[in-house]
Design a protein around this ligand. Sequence first.
Ligand SMILES: C[S@@+](CC[C@H](N)C(=O)[O-])C[C@H]1O[C@@H](n2cnc3c(N)ncnc32)[C@H](O)[C@@H]1O
Length: 459
Amino acid sequence: MRRPAGRAQADRHPNKTADPDKPGLETRRVAVKLLAAVVDAHASLDGLTDPAHGQPGFRALDARDRSLVRAILMSALRHRTTIEALLARRLDRPLPGNARALSHTLHVAAAQILFLDVPDSAAVDLAVAQAKADPRLARFSGLVNGVLRNLIRVKARALPAALAQTREAPDWFAERLEAAYGPEKAAAILAMHRLEPPVDFSVKEDPARWAEALGGIVLPTGSVRVAKLEAGVDTMPGFAEGAWWVQDAAASLPARLLGDVAGKRVADLCAAPGGKTAQLVHAGADVTAVDLSKSRLKRLAENLARLRLDAEIVESDIRKFVPEAPFDAVLLDAPCSSTGTVRRHPDVPWTKAPEDIDKLAALQRALLDHAVTLVRPGGAVVFSNCSLDPAEGEAMLAAFLAETPEAALDPILPGELPGIAAFVSPEGYLRTTPADSLGTTPLMQGLDGFFAARIRRAG
Ligand SMILES: C[S@@+](CC[C@H](N)C(=O)[O-])C[C@H]1O[C@@H](n2cnc3c(N)ncnc32)[C@H](O)[C@@H]1O
């Protein structure tokens, strides 16, 4: 292993032994464990940090430390390629492949040094203490100290340079984006993935009033956008009375493609946690919300109760769901790779692989094959998901249409989406990406990546 710059100083650092109770040490230990779980075991960050079912070490922390762990992980994953490049430049040779804990310790400390408002000295001291306390890492504690102190010295110059040079994604992900969207748009999408996204709200009534109350703006989709939440959503005006729900502007579009649903029987397939169910019920539909997951349906029921909205809730695999009578309309918001939500879920590119995309596309096809059997002849099925990958969108749908004579594309017309007609493709699909814009001001830049298409069952 290379002698990192600053090694002489590193070997002389004063912490001879590690204090296992050092304030902040457990928080960093948990952060390293969670980073390992995401990067090496491909566990989702939301699952690991779930308040009820998350990683036990995380759940044992107090609320402030849990927030810090989440902030560290969000930065460490959002900027993983940049951090990796900056660390690699401070090492003579790559870390050994089996030194995963060492790599994760360096990444967690670097994320704090480069992107968080944590004193640099605390980030280094805690990483060194952590290394000393871990028998696998103790012999590397000097290296940890040297590399991180070097990073602190050069960061003002080296960070902007690295950000300008680095493609912020694993290669497989960047390559698929380039193949789908071309190098320029792919680079714009990856640039948006570096930014913390704003928060969008779907409001029941009077967007202008709620924009003022929530401190945001009204988007052309009718959603209200707030740049940054200052506190938990449950403390914001209108939460308790159920005036709005959090839903990305792009996620609010698929349900609208069913047109006027007032008085119609509508199936919302793959419904939980219920953002689109709420839209359909609020628009006057008689909704049956179906999902496989008991825990997610519990959240759906809680969300609807807060919003004073009512739907029939069915726990079932879509492929086994057989209603008494066909529906007037069906929305299938299928499970997907979620690559359209990387701004909010920077773990996605590090937990997914191309094989997952193929498997998910096959599942979506099976769900769509069944979904068309649930609508009455002449009725519409809207298929949507939050993937950026055409394998789960345009390509899957083209194969479905070619092989399903009883279904035809009902192209979305640009006039159906006033102010955002640019999101309608020449084929009549809805396609959004984080590089798209809802207007000219900075706050109107970006939305989740979504695909949607409307299909009509032959009459
Ligand atoms: C993208 S999420 C749905 C988001 C939801 N439509 C909304 O707007 O809030 C996908 C959902 O599909 C559900 N799911 C996955 N496979 C399923 C299956 N075979 N049958 C029913 N639901 C399934 C998951 O439990 C998950 O809740």
